[in-house]
Design a protein around this ligand. Structure first.
Ligand code: PMP
Length: 437
């Protein structure tokens, strides 16, 4: 069977054809099995073909698949929002459902903007984000992300976003500088950025609690987010936590920001929210933002055709049920500690492994040419892409990440395996070294 008409992202290659998934395994059309070590891109949090999620989806399809949000709400959307709000950080009162991560980021930015317009501060329009960040690929979300390699071809981007330094201790914490001092330095940079842009002109600071796609599970130093929150509060700026990748249990708490002891104004979630069964995302919003819009125009000026799709909500609700029923958050913390230990044992002394980091079942490995100097490889070598290729050849999926971050070549692989196992492998793993796809 030759396939020629799908435009693949990698324009010169056709990837293997996936035909079946079961538990932590994905099978291609030749019958080879691949261990899903990355949940795709941190999506398949309960693995593949989970019977409970499929049953919930079937039941919803039998009842109703689609009802447009300008006419109806659905029971599943309401129940899902209740569940997500009940376990959200203090003050978060509503979920606005969209169809994916980029849409969630764009909706959050528009909600922030509309909020300030409604409360009579229309001059607040600047967005500040971090250079080491990925927030999506639609034009607005791309502008927020700081990955120069992704942005370059599309510059100038339609919205202008100011980028500040990430919290990236492995590379940027200075010799002799404590975590506190490092966090303080970054807080001062944020404060100076707000002041330079002009008092009362910044609407939001956007950050991933654990950086995913641009940097391989980079956690912030303790206290960093509390300091950033304080600076935002002093300047009346909203804090948007982008948890599209790190949220929904992956780091051992439902929302990753819970572990930082701060409450964001808006949280974006997607990926693990639907577990890969249906595209879905959401903006989780603070009550005062929603109330300002309710009391103002009474209408959120944003929408898409598939908002709150009933089958997507049914799948997500089932994912939430399983996470709670099977005690998966505690399991992630325990399994994550084991995974870290095993990675350190296996790779800690490898000459090309600079750093092993992450939280829960969200782990990153930074690849370097020289461990002592932390020098990265020549970009042309893209070690991450080679690691991914060789892993696939051995029947393992790991998520590769490169591109220029903060003027430096990034070379990372990310592990984001399902939060628990179900199902057994039913086909062969072809471990022939060097077998490529
Ligand atoms: N934000 C973050 C933090 C992400 O990791 C991603 C996807 N990798 C997005 C937004 C965009 O999500 P999507 O690909 O579903 O549009």
């Amino acid at each position: 069977m030759s396939h020629t008409h799908v435009l693949h992202r990698s324009l010169r290659q056709t990837p293997p054809v996936a035909v079946r998934g079961q538990g932590v395994w994905v099978y291609d059309s030749t019958g080879r099995a691949y261990l899903d070590g990355s949940g795709g891109a941190a999506v398949s949090c309960l693995g593949h073909n989970h019977p409970d999620i499929q049953a919930a989806m079937h039941a919803q399809i039998d009842a109703l698949s689609y009802a447009h949000t300008s006419f109806f709400t659905t029971e599943v959307a309401e129940r899902l929002a209740d569940r997500l709000v009940a376990d959200a950080p203090a003050g978060i009162s509503h979920a606005y459902f969209v169809s994916g991560g980029s849409e969630a980021v764009e909706a959050a930015l528009k909600m922030a903007r509309q909020y300030f317009v409604e409360i009579g501060q229309p001059e607040r329009r600047h967005i500040v984000a971090r250079r080491q960040s990925y927030h999506g690929n639609t034009l607005g979300a791309l502008a927020v992300g700081g990955n120069a390699w992704r942005r370059a071809q599309f510059a100038p981007l339609l919205i202008e976003v100011e980028h500040v330094s990430p919290c990236y201790a492995y590379r940027d914490q200075r010799d002799g500088e404590s975590a506190e001092q490092y966090g303080e330095r970054l807080a001062q940079e944020l404060e100076q950025t707000f002041e330079r842009l002009g008092p009362g002109t910044v609407m939001a600071f956007v950050a991933e609690p654990v950086v995913g796609a641009t940097a391989g599970a980079v956690t912030a130093v303790p206290g960093y987010f509390r300091r950033m929150r304080e600076v935002c509060d002093r300047h009346g700026v909203l804090l948007i936590a982008d948890e599209v990748m790190c949220g929904m249990g992956r780091t051992g708490t439902l929302y990753a920001i819970e572990q930082e002891g701060v409450t964001p104004d808006l949280i974006t979630i997607a990926k693990g929210l639907g577990g890969g069964y249906q595209p879905i995302g959401a903006v989780m919003a603070q009550r005062r933002i929603v109330e300002a819009m309710q009391q103002g125009s009474g209408f959120f000026q944003h929408g898409h055709t598939y908002l709150g799709h009933a089958v997507a909500c049914a799948a997500s609700l089932a994912v939430q049920d399983v996470i709670r029923r099977d005690g998966l958050l505690a399991r992630v913390r325990e399994q994550g500690a084991g995974l870290r230990e095993r990675l350190e044992r296996a790779l800690g002394g490898h000459p090309q492994v600079g750093d092993i980091r992450g939280r829960g079942l969200f782990m990153g490995i930074e690849l370097v040419q020289d461990r002592a100097t932390r020098q990265t490889f020549d970009p042309a070598l893209s070690l991450h892409a080679r690691v991914k290729r060789e892993a696939m050849a051995r029947g393992l999926m790991v998520y590769p990440m490169g591109g220029t971050i903060d003027g430096r070549q990034g070379d990372h692989v990310l592990l984001a395996p399902p939060l628990h196992h179900h199902g057994r492998r039913t086909g062969p793993i072809d471990r022939t070294p060097g077998r490529r796809h």
